[in-house]
Ligand binder design. Structure first.
Ligand code: LLP
Length: 416
């Protein structure tokens, strides 16, 4: 579900004509729909209202400050993975007690900053990290709240780069070690072990692997209860898939129907960490056609966005729907398909392969599903300034990140 629709052959974001936005702000351009973002958040909140979970939006999916502000002012917490993301959380004044912090490689300074800000808890991924947090908390004379990220060893059907809950992945701690840590919890004098965290992967379109993982965790938590270990939180991570092509992922309600019975039995305060579910379909990337290059072997639509702006197709062979923002239904007269490619000097630089698009030079195209892991994964490769970002909200348009300039590209560099 999203608010990017065609009206009389023109693509709109909510009530705004995308062509007008592209002309006004230039391309490549990320356009976000605040109504879509908020409705996704509310859908999850509604689906789980019986247990009133803390929903911590996963900042990495789209970390623009206005995006974060929109969600935190709606009551969302934030799931962060770096000092930079903590800095962003502070900038939007997200209360510390709504921030959870994962990552396999938290540095001393990152741990210290998070402790000082008073985050709700660290999601800890290894024994050395646990020791490090304990030492730093002791030095600061603080108690650090910790959830152990358990690796439940389940296999969601998704791309191997975004599978995180298998035992060969670098994430989380195996069950036996988790039990051992709780048995020896006294030695961590400055830690409060208050929760269990899981996150099994991303773009998971069925509920089964989630259920499987929660079932495994339930047994662990029941064991702990018998031993008198008092836990407060169960964080079931993010990972809910969305529709990019013709997938039919579980809806928030279907997901809740499957996992709520288990969560109610476990009876701990629940945390969710959705990223893509909230942001993914709330954004498009608009780009302008530079050239049409037809060759004897293949046809190319060369556009002004590239893999530096949007890495998912190149990195994960991810499919994203691409449309002409005007007269989208028209097909090339010769019936040929084309690859939609950028200007970067790599054959892996493409946004889509074998697409039927009837476009000509200077036409605009839109890449759908670009709200999550789009701008946040963009780079300056080939010395390309990063795109501008705009947010449509309450019938108004807000520039939420200016297009970078050539000066931005070199401003931190030093000629010796
Ligand atoms: N929690 C943790 C601990 C995570 O590692 C992630 C994502 C999330 C929550 C949010 O997951 P989501 O709800 O968005 O699936 N760049 C990849 C996705 C990487 C996901 C990394 N972790 C992509 O473009 O598909």
């Amino acid at each position: 579900m999203h608010y990017f629709n065609f009206k009389k052959n023109n693509l709109y974001c909510e009530d705004m004509k995308v062509e007008d936005l592209a002309k006004q702000y230039g391309t490549p351009l990320f356009i976000y729909s605040s109504r879509t973002i908020l409705e996704h958040f509310l859908k999850l909140e509604q689906a789980f209202k019986e247990i009133n979970p803390l929903i911590c939006y996963s900042v990495k999916a789209n970390s623009n400050l206005s995006f974060l502000k929109l969600l935190t002012s709606q009551g969302s917490g934030l799931d962060i993975v770096s000092g930079g993301e903590l800095y962003r959380a502070k900038k939007v004044k997200c209360p510390g007690n709504r921030i959870v912090y994962a990552s396999v490689g938290k540095t001393d300074i990152e741990i210290e900053e998070a402790l000082k800000y008073g985050i709700l808890m660290f999601n800890v991924e290894s024994v050395p990290e646990l020791k490090r947090i304990n030492t730093i908390a002791k030095r600061l004379n603080k108690q650090a709240a910790v959830a152990l990220r358990v690796n439940p060893d389940v296999a969601p059907k998704t791309h191997k780069y975004i599978t995180t809950g298998k035992k060969e992945n670098k994430f989380g701690i195996d069950m036996d070690t988790v039990k051992d840590i709780f048995q020896k919890s006294k030695k961590y004098s400055n830690l409060n072990l208050i929760g269990i965290h899981i996150h099994i992967g991303s773009q998971i379109i069925e509920s089964k692997p989630f259920v499987e993982a929660i079932q495994k965790i339930k047994i662990l938590i029941e064991d702990f209860k018998k031993q008198g270990v008092g836990l407060e939180y169960l964080n079931i991570g993010g990972g809910l898939g969305i529709t990019y092509d013709n997938e039919t992922p579980q809806t928030a309600i279907e997901f809740a129907d499957k996992v709520l019975p288990l969560l109610k039995q476990i009876s701990l305060k629940v945390i969710l960490e959705p990223g893509r579910f909230i942001a993914g379909n709330a954004g498009i990337l608009v780009s302008k056609v530079t050239y049409i290059k037809d060759t004897p072997q293949k046809n190319f639509v060369i556009v002004d966005a590239a893999m530096n702006d949007f890495a998912r197709p190149s990195l994960y062979s991810a499919y994203h729907k691409i449309v002409a923002i005007k007269n989208n239904k028209k097909k090339r007269k010769d019936g040929k398909k084309a690859d939609i490619v950028g200007a970067i000097c790599e054959s892996g630089d493409f946004l889509g392969k074998d697409r039927e698009l009837d476009v000509k030079e200077k036409d605009y195209i839109a890449v759908f599903g670009a709200g999550a892991y789009g701008f946040s994964m963009s780079s300056n490769y080939n010395s390309r300034p990063r795109a501008a970002e705009i947010l449509v909200k309450d019938k108004k348009i807000f520039l939420i990140r200016k297009r970078e300039t050539y000066h931005d590209l070199i401003k931190e560099e030093i000629i010796i």
